[in-house]
Design a protein around this ligand. Sequence first.
Ligand SMILES: [Zn+2]
Length: 537
Amino acid sequence: MENIYISKIRINQTGYSDALPVTAAFLMPGPVNIRDKNGNTVKTVDIPAPSFDEASGDDVILADLGILPEGEYDLECGSETRHISVKKDPWQDVTDALIKGLYYQRCGCGLDQKYAGKFAHPACHTAKVSVWEDMSVIKSVPGGWHDAGDYGKYVGPGAVTVAHMLYAYELFGEGCSDDLNIPETGNGVPDILNEARFELEWILKMQREDGAFYHKLTKARFAPFIMPQDDLEPEYLMPVSHCATAAACACLSLAYRVYRKFDEAFADSMLKASLAAYKWLDENPDFVPFNNPEGVHTGQYGDKNLGDELFWASCELFASTGDEKYKESAEKLFADASHFTSYGWADVTGLGSICCLFDLKEKAGDILYSKLKERFIGECHKISEICERSGYDTALPADRYMWGSILPIMSNAMSIILYEKLTGDESYRKHALSQWNYALGLNALDICFVTGFGERRVMNPHHRPSGSDGIEDPVPGLISGGPNKLYNYPQTKEKLGDAPAAKCFLDELPSADTNEIAIYWNSPAIFVGAFFRLLSR
Ligand SMILES: [Zn+2]
């Protein structure tokens, strides 16, 4: 992208809401003239002088231009002009696309042209699979979503993705469209739940007879860049793991409560599986972190802590059953818990927080409501401070741009949104909106990270179907992991040199380290999108 001119005005490239303040970043001094489509100046805004932003190396100021009525505008600053659109409900398309992005990850079935258009393909990964530790055991485990740029399917990451979606639905259901043009559309169940169910049905199949969950279903090595239907090397059920079992236990218990009113039998089957998983964890207290068996080179997702998964599972089972033993377990785990605002695959304490603070509420009791609330709010204040220190109001310190930096950025937006819902204090909302704007183009790279959107968009994600289908456009509705300074491939390092953290990004297919996609990066963005859709309709 180095030859493409980057504007010194950075905007949300998918548009702005007429109900929320318009913000844009300026890499030069103001004032800013806002002109309507007839060229008339609507208002002139004096903005503070730009200042140095450590993460990007830019001299930049994020300016609040106030609320603008629906219309097309030009932002003029110095010799620069940038066009913006202000609309009612501007983020329906992108939020819908982020949910539908998961439909395109469906495995074990074909993607029909009726739903997938030019991205249709025949069924993939339908063959029976062997258990890695005993190849004579053959099972049929089709379904689930391809995890990321690869075709593996992993229980823990799948469970957190579903949880983000179910809590998005529970808290901001009206912000999720019910018309996503997926095979189940129109069946009387909201489409976000239809899509999540596709993964849940697969998670259920990943349970061993004794209640434990297989960690993952993958091949021994990642496939080359071929279409999924051409990936015919055998897949294996890799050994069971404590973390996968506890994450599945939690997610299935949550799903039980959400799906009960739509399909009681399905909901009951999930609670039964969840209880069996918990029993297995009780009977197998010696935690063994998952490591790839010898000869296996697919994603490890090797979590070294089980306490957070157990905490989440205990909270969810207390919420589903009312049985005090789960509450007692969660209270014990609370004592050593931290990161009450973490919702990623490795650290899921925050999902237990959501369960206690927004589902159980006062029923959770003094420790799991009052004390947890205090800790949660304390962490939200810290997130706000990180935003205040950033020139782009980004919720990530300069030294934390890691593989998939979009996850902490979207996670922190989730926390700020939950803070507002918990306290009624709207003063941090602007920070949550800045993270949403970041994902959609208002960032140091001037790039929209969601495929299919924005005037400067991600075109070459590390995603096998997008890289092998012969179609120029990538599969739409997938969010890129974004800049990563902490661990880079040698070839990435060579190309980026000593670029500042927030600019360590290559829109190039081989750069999994900066430009992969993942189901559990889409899902927190869905949560954030659903919230802002509710505010802008
Ligand atoms: Zn597949």
